[in-house]
Design a protein around this ligand. Sequence first.
Ligand code: IFM
Length: 440
Amino acid sequence: MPGGFVWGVATAAYQIEGSHNVDGRGESIWDRFSHTAGNTYQGQTGDVACDSYVRWPDDIALMRKLNVGGYRFSIAWPRVFPNGSGDLNHKGLDYYDKLVDGLLEVGITPFPTLYHWDLPQALEDTGGWINRDTAYRFADYAAVVADRLGDRVHDWWTINEPWCVAELGYRSGTHAPGRQEPREWFAAAHDVLLAHGLGMEAVRAAAPASKVGIVINVDAVMPRSVHAADQAAAAMFELQRNHWYLDPVLKGEYPQAAVDEYGWGQAEVEPGDMETIAAPMDHFGLNYYSRSVIRDESIDDRERPQPLIETDLPRTTMGWEVYPDGLSDLLIKYDREFDLPPIYVAENGVAFADELVGGAVHDEDRCAYLESHFAAAATAVEGGVDLRGFFVWSLLDNFEWQHGYTQRFGLAWTDYETQHRIIKDSGHWFSSFVGGKRPM
Ligand code: IFM
């Protein structure tokens, strides 16, 4: 990998911090959602999670053992503004101040994300992301955080995975705030992208030396067969799943064929919005986990010509197919299609059925997953992609949203009874790999 390449790990505030009602933190939509019966696995919540609000020095020590060069964490908006706007909670900001100093002391570069899904509930009560005003409140919050940390933090992410915010939060309702809005989710998708653009302006104004960009999650998409109906279904899926978010940010427009398919009149788009959303970024984050194989539901399998695409690849406990080639393919494809700034793989990692046996976790499957995806990243670099870093999801097992604590993505095992962190074999492997013992 090129010199200065950052090998890092990623987490998010609600998934690890706990201390949900401590030091003036306000309620977030994930507090409300997880405390509402039927929304998460066995009603599990992030009230305690990995207790990282208290144990952050342990987590920094863990990162040192893992040879981590960069830490992508997120800042909890309701710790900073308990009501989303208005009164600032200094204690909340103090926490991130300490965390940043602790990272820098040991030579780990902070890469904070300003929004990883924990919207203050007070803003949801006034419409959440369906209310355009939320984007402006996000910019106010971003300015305050950048003003406080921008003398030491130089690498920022505005929004994590806008697809999840809009589609899971406001369309399918499987994520907080759990709304199912067949038409209004368009506003949520647009407003969260607008928040990204306004947030970039705010960060740059408060901390001019900053580098800032968005993180978008994409799937590799393939048709189930060469049948024209499958090809068309896959092409539309790819527009709706990936390009609905990539194109506005990187081209300043929504993909027209998908807009037509949805019959979206774009009434929510105001003059100047697309310029704000598509303002040049300093870096771009891509999250990649898996591939979606798409079939046209209206045709019978007997009508599908052979060969069908191989779909019996290994799957993770999330049910996601392991498909490392998708990472190199997409990086190279986007590099050709868009005028991209430097790129980071801002998340990649895997949940498998880990077991703690005799104080160790022998997760060879995760080592293999990571090795294959690191190799895919190297292929992209060889193909000319300006990739600057790779962040593994995640530092440690944590609260996996609607799945509660059932999905273990960590390089370290979290014992939720004792809050001990136990480095898995994959963590040892990562540490050696990054330490240069197994150069690519
Ligand atoms: O845990 C999530 C994270 O919050 C966002 N990206 C995907 C991860 C695994 O599902």
